[in-house]
Design a protein around this ligand. Structure first.
Ligand code: XIL
Length: 455
């Protein structure tokens, strides 16, 4: 007994020394949720959410445990947000945004301009009147959510199916071919901080339709039309199967200088075929450095817009399916069911587990800030937690990054140099409570020493 214990201790000590010697953390743990695991890779994992389901405890329990990005399934569409011309209705979309803020989730906005789910009054419009109505709609909706949206699907599904590679006919298209760039320019003016995406389906492999979109994005980049990202819906089924050029297609768009995102993933295969297709899509995103995240189009199979296909990661009772496990394993770069290897990714150079550092030893009124850093080869995500000592109504965190580190995007915060301050919805923090913001960057974050001052 004693001899065995000693031997185990020696082996463990040897392993730890080896891990330290080669510069790897000995405490590396594979993350156990989709969101945390994606965050370890500098990405998000999201889902579509229907506001009326948030009161379902199973639904919101899974949502808040697994997902750190939310797309309203219908609540931000034109028919929902402007049911009568000039009369805006934000109640259910605002409720989703409030839920996201309360649970540290970010928002994808969906969708500002689309041929479908238009209110009746817009469906009946054409020409200049419709063009002006579209501009007014985008200005109001993107303006209402200014500072609260990570990325907007500015234009949805504007290309035709089939081999033409051209635009889909619609009332918006008939206002003139420039309607898409006008939509993007209008969205940029309304919310300069949001990433602006073009989003479509059947563009998930290299084909005539995706090449049409590719040529538009290339043209926009060459002429300075503001576009930041392309969304690939990825509604995969036997009629629209996963093809072997999925990753290459993401990569060719990324090479144009835009982010790519998988925006509405569902896979209508069953059993191991489904599990393996989810893993393939996940690995493809991880392999493309500008693929910033994956969103599935619903939580349980019963929540799906195509529920008879059972295309999602959780069954109707909220249990994890094989597709869930294969997705999580792919995010973790291997198996999560057995003890994790010392390093979860060959490119990772430092600890994948969050490291926290205390802050604000002496100064500041009413709050403290701590940071949690996920660093990988060439990039990082920092999450900053602001904890209130006494109740505060605003805060500023002082946080300098080492030279060579560049912030590429941030959320739940406004930044002015080394000062990071609250936005409208997260300034008020009750005594003892906390709020979080974050940012992503390139380079090395190093050891951060934040200060906090509350007001
Ligand atoms: C779907 C929703 O899931 C349904 O609830 C609604 O009835 C119709 O729209 N492409 C899109 C999404 O961009 O907005 C669609 O969502 C699915 C296809």
């Amino acid at each position: 007994m004693r001899r065995t214990r000693t031997r185990i201790a020696v082996v463990l000590a040897g392993t730890a020394a080896l891990a330290t010697a080669i510069g790897l953390a000995s405490t590396a743990q594979a993350a156990t949720t989709l969101g945390a695991s994606a965050a370890d890779k500098g990405r998000y994992f999201g889902t579509a959410v229907a506001n009326y389901k948030l009161s379902d405890a199973t639904y919101s329990g899974i949502l808040d445990r697994e997902f750190n990005m939310i797309t309203p399934e219908n609540e931000m569409k034109w028919d929902a947000t402007e049911p009568n011309q000039g009369q805006f209705s934000y109640g259910s979309a605002d409720a989703i945004v409030a839920h996201a803020n309360a649970h540290g989730q970010r928002m994808r906005g969906h969708a500002l301009a689309w041929y479908s789910q238009q209110p009746g009054w817009a469906q009946n419009m054409s020409g200049t009147a419709l063009r002006n109505a579209m501009v007014n709609h985008i200005t109001n909706v993107a303006g209402h959510y200014k500072g609260k949206i990570y990325a907007w699907d500015v234009v949805n599904e504007a290309f035709a199916d089939g081999g033409s590679g051209g635009r889909r006919d619609s009332n918006l298209q008939r206002t003139g071919n420039d309607w898409i760039e006008v939509a993007f320019q209008t969205a940029r003016a309304a919310d300069p901080g949001a990433k602006l995406c073009y989003n479509d389906y059947n563009t998930d492999g290299i084909n005539a339709k995706s090449t049409g979109v590719y040529n538009m994005v290339k043209d926009f980049k060459s002429r300075g039309v503001p576009i930041d990202c392309v969304g690939f819906q990825s509604h995969i089924n036997s009629g629209s199967p996963l093809t072997s050029d999925y990753q290459a297609n993401l990569q060719r768009f990324a090479d144009l200088g835009v982010d790519v995102q998988i925006t509405e993933l569902d896979i209508a295969y069953s059993g191991t075929q489904q599990a393996s297709a989810y893993a393939t899509v996940t690995k493809a995103c991880l392999a493309v450095s500008r693929c910033t995240g994956i969103t599935v189009w619903g939580i349980r199979d019963s929540d799906s817009w195509r529920s008879s296909d059972n295309p999602l990661l959780f069954d109707g009772n909220g249990n994890k399916k094989a597709a869930y496990t294969s997705t999580l394993d792919a995010l973790n770069g291997g198996s999560t069911s057995s003890p994790p290897p010392v390093s979860t990714s060959p490119s990772r150079s430092t600890s994948p587990s969050p490291s926290t550092s205390p802050s604000n030893p002496g100064g500041g009124q009413g709050c403290t800030a701590t940071t949690s850093v996920n660093q990988w080869q060439g990039g990082f995500v920092v999450t900053v937690r602001v904890t209130a000592g006494s109740t505060i109504n605003g805060w500023t965190v002082g946080l300098a990054l080492p030279s060579g580190a560049t912030v590429t995007n941030s959320w739940n915060v406004t930044r002015s140099g080394n000062n990071w301050s609250n936005v409208s919805y997260n300034g008020h923090v009750n005594a003892g409570q906390y709020t979080e913001f974050g940012f992503q960057g390139t380079g090395t974050a190093g050891t951060l020493t934040p200060t906090c001052s509350g007001s």
